[in-house]
Each structure stands twice: as C-alpha cells, then as structure tokens.
Design a protein around this ligand. Structure first.
Ligand SMILES: *Cc1c(COP(=O)(O)O)cnc(C)c1O
Length: 407
C-alpha cells in the first residue's frame, strides 16, 4: 500500500511519498528518527485555531530546530523556555518570537541575559526569593509579566509535576500581593502533570486559581494552564482535545478576572508527540525479549524508566500473518537498566534483522538522547505517512490499531 503513494504525483512541488517501510528497505544500521512535518503542522494549526487563548510551545518536549521553525510557520508565536540554552536556541532561530522563561527556579545570570540580551519579559516564580532575584537581575524592570506558579494536584496525570514546584495555599496570598506590586502584568500558572487523562485535571486546578485570586484580592492579567495535554499511547487513549479546551474555557470564563485577562497554555507533548517515530533494528531475539539498537540512553528513556508503552509495528514485506505476542526490549548499551518492559505487541515470528517502528516518540524521545557507550542517533528522515494515531483527525484516529492496544 505504501508504494501507491509514490504514484500520486499531486503537484510538481509534492515531496516524494515515503513511509517507514521504505526507509527500512534501505536496511539502516543505526536507529533512524522518522519525522512527520505534516503531523506537527496539523497539531500546531489545531491549537492555534481552537485553543480559546494563546498557545505557547514548551520547548523541552522537543527542541529540534526544524520543528521549532515549522511551529512558527504554523502560527505558534510564543515559546515556553526553561533554561538559558533554550532561550538562546529559540532566539537564534526566531528573532521575532515571544519567549517566556517559565522555570520557577532560575540562575540570576540566566535571568539577566534573557532580559537584557534576548528580550524576555515574562518569567515565572513560586517564592518571594525568586521574585527578589528577578527584580535584582533585571535591575528593577517595570515591564515584566510575572507568573506565580501554584502547586496543583497531578492525580489525573501519568507523570507527576506536583512535588517540585508551586506555591501552596498558605503562601500564595503574600506572594501574589508582592508580585502584583513588582509586575506590570500579573499571571497565575500551574502544571497539572504530563499526559493529563481527563479535562477535570484543569477544572480542579482552576478551582485553586479561583481560591488564590479571591484570597489575595489582586487583579490578575494572565491565567496560564500550563502543559499536560495528552497524546495517544497503548492503554492511554484520552478523549478529544476539544473536550479539554471546552472545560478550560468554561473554567476560565467563571474566574473573578477582568474581560481583558488572557488565557495561555504551554503544550509540549501535544504539539510534538505525533511528529516523530523511531525505526530500530532487532539485533537478537531471546524468547520474548528483543535486543534492539536504541534504548534507555537513546530515545526510549520513558519506556525504560517509567515503563511507558509506545505503539510499535513490524516493518516487513510481505507482512507477517503470525499472531501478535508481547515482547520486552533491551537497548544496545551494556547496562542491565537499558531495558524496556513494554509489553510491545509484535508478530510472534519477529527475528533478528527485522525492523520495528516505535511510534509517538516526538515528545520526550529524541530530546532525551545521550551518547552513552558510543550509541548515538543515526539519520533523520522525513516521511509522509500518518502517525500511528492522531488527536487531530477525528474520533477514529484517536484509537491505535488493534496490534498495539491489546495486552
Ligand atoms: C514540561 C512543561 C510543559 C510541557 O508539558 P507537557 O506535558 O509536555 O505538555 C509546560 N510547562 C512547563 C512549566 C513544563 O515544565
């Protein structure tokens, strides 16, 4: 079926259609990152058009320059950066983008460089000490948007972001009050945790925002609901993104804030998960364990360390007709921890020399890669087929095909 794409010849400018199977037929020795610019463009357009506020891309999810440029071309003008290296990266690529430094604990030197050299005016904080640091580093700037980060629950999310940052109820009144004095615009932000499986996560967090605003009796100019918008993985198939947007919009409208107050979001995963997948080669099979050429120190950190299951498919022609069974993976390094428990569902006859595509790795995949033990990234290839599932193509595409969901 993949072959037929080549015959489409839509327009002179159409790039040649390519799928993971086409790349596998070249028998690459290194793992190959397969990127789908069309999928990232679709996600960006969806957020820009449908999120009822401003969409800011959380760069840490995937800092690839190609991705950042195509998000910009698709209408994403604001970027959530968390380190001075991310500030420099995005500023170098996008001179006109608005950068928001949303890490609540920053080095004073980083704040100073961000403010004076890169035009950053928005910063987050969760303590009085960080507020004082920002004011000192910017020499008492009067043009700042300062966002107070509240601690909220991560109970509805797969990855907690609840322990490290955020002011708790006893602290918020004084902090909001002091920040209001220092800021040109005052914001409140939070993060419900990554891969939030229900819109209720945001509704509950907005209740915390409401309580904080009422208690401090301050004027709030920005409410930033952070990231956490989910993507699709085996055993984690969330509802529609519109349901999240609607719940957030309704909560936002009921807050005690002025009509001119702005709503922001900082999606990372949701904008880039569908952008990339990984093509790996099976180097050895031992029972239901496959030794593959990428792993925990490569693009599969989450699969190894937090047991995240990614969708997989065997790229072999003709297709195997053997029933699927569950496999675990070992990565290429000499380390026992380089192990991905899965289970990953693949035809029972998978063997050394086969190629497997691991899907939905655009977020927190390649971004985590190290060069440990000499195993590094191979080539990156653009492919034009669809990701294994999509949040942005209607209900049917929000499901993974059967081979990757059964356990
Ligand atoms: C990681 C992070 C994000 C992105 O989170 P996703 O779950 O990938 O959407 C957004 N904002 C902040 C402050 C973060 O730390």
């Amino acid at each position: 079926m993949h072959k037929h794409h080549r015959a489409l010849g839509l327009a002179a400018t159409t790039v040649e259609a390519l799928t993971g199977l086409d790349i596998a037929e070249r028998r690459p020795v290194q793992p190959v990152t397969l990127v789908r610019p069309h999928a990232a463009r679709r996600a960006a357009r969806f957020f820009v058009e449908k999120f009822p506020g401003r969409t800011m891309y959380a760069v840490k999810a995937n800092p690839s320059p190609d991705l950042i440029k195509l998000l910009w071309e698709s209408g994403v003008t604001h970027y959530d950066v968390a380190s001075i290296a991310e500030v420099r990266l995005v500023r170098g690529l996008l001179p006109e983008a608005t950068l928001c430094f949303m890490h609540p604990v920053k080095a004073e030197e980083a704040i100073e460089e961000a403010y004076f050299r890169h035009g950053v005016r928005t910063f987050s904080l969760d303590t009085i000490e960080e507020l004082e640091k920002i004011m000192a580093a910017t020499r008492g700037a009067e043009d700042l948007t300062l966002c107070v980060r509240l601690k909220v629950s991560s109970e509805d999310s797969k990855l907690s972001l609840a322990s490290k940052f955020g002011a708790v109820p006893g602290e918020t009144k004084e902090l909001l009050f002091a920040t209001r004095q220092a800021a040109d615009a005052l914001g409140i932000c939070f993060h419900v945790g990554s891969q939030a499986m229900t819109p209720q996560a945001y509704v509950k967090a907005m209740d915390r925002v409401r309580a904080a605003i009422v208690e401090a009796a301050v004027t709030v100019d920005v409410v930033d609901v952070g990231g956490g918008f989910p993507s699709i993985y085996p055993g984690m198939e969330p509802g529609s993104m519109e349901a999240y947007f609607d719940a957030i919009h309704t909560s936002f409208e009921s807050l005690p804030i002025s009509y001119s107050a702005e709503l922001w979001a900082e999606p990372g995963r949701a904008l880039c998960a569908e952008y990339a997948s990984l093509l790996v080669r099976v180097e050895k099979r031992r029972g239901d364990e496959l030794y593959i050429n990428d792993g925990a120190y490569g693009a599969l950190f989450d699969a190894a360390h937090i047991g995240w299951r990614f969708p997989v498919r065997l790229l072999r022609e003709p297709e195997s007709d053997v029933r699927d069974m569950g496999f675990s993976f070992y990565g290429p390094t000499c380390d026992d921890m380089d192990h991905m428990a899965g289970p990953f569902m693949l035809p029972g006859d998978v063997k050394a020399g086969d190629y497997v595509e691991i899907g939905m790795l655009g977020a927190y995949g390649c971004a985590m890669r190290t060069g440990f033990n000499g195993f590094t990234a191979g080539e990156t290839e653009i492919v034009t087929d669809e990701p294994m599932a999509s949040q942005y193509r209607g209900a049917a595409e929000r499901r993974l095909s059967s081979n990757v969901v059964k356990l």
